[in-house]
Ligand binder design. Sequence first.
Ligand code: SAM
Length: 179
Amino acid sequence: MIKVLRLGHRKARDARITTHVCLAARAFGASEVIISGEQDDKLIENVNDVTERWGGPFKVSYQKDWKKILKEWKGEIIHLTMYGIPIQDIIKKIKESKNEKLIIVGGPRVPGEIFKIADFNVAVTNQPHSEVSALAVFLHMFFEGKELEKEFENPKIRIIPSKEGKKIVDGGVKDDKAS
Ligand code: SAM
C-alpha cells in the first residue's frame, strides 16, 4: 500500500499541480494522497469527482499537521528530492520490506527535517523537474510496470483503447467521438 503526502499546498498557486499529483498517484497505483499546507476543499471535491467517474478505490484528504502524520506513520517514509540517492540505486532496497510506504513530495521549499525523518531520500535524476513527474516515475519503478494494467473498480466511464479517434463507454453507452 502506497500513500502520498503532498507538502506545502498553496491554494492559489498549486491547485493545478496538486490536482495532477493526485491524478498521477491514482492512475499509477497509489491508494491515497494526503494534502498538507493550505486547505483546499474544491480540489478534494474535483479529485473525488474523477474517482467517482473513472473508478477507485482512491482516497484524498487534507491534514494540516504533517508532523503528526509522520510521527504516527508505521511503515517507511520515502522523500522524493533531486538531492537524494538515484532511484535506480535504491529501489531494490526500498522494495525489500512489505511495510506500507509514505511518499513525500514537496512544492515550495521542503523543511530540512524531512530529509532526516525520511528513511530514504530518493532522486529521480539529480535534475530539477516536478513532483508529478518524480511521483509517476517512482510509482512506475516501484510497481515494475504492473500499475499500467490496473483495473479500477466501479467506473462510470471508461475508454476503449483505439488506434484512431476516441471511444468512450459512459454509463454503459458507447460513444464514438472523433478526436
Ligand atoms: N525549489 C524547490 C526545492 O528544492 O525545495 C523545488 C521544489 S520542486 C518544484 C517540487 C518537488 O518536486 C520537490 O519537493 C520534489 O518532491 C519533486 N522533485 C523535483 N525534482 C525532483 C527530482 N529530480 N527527484 C525527485 N523529486 C523531485
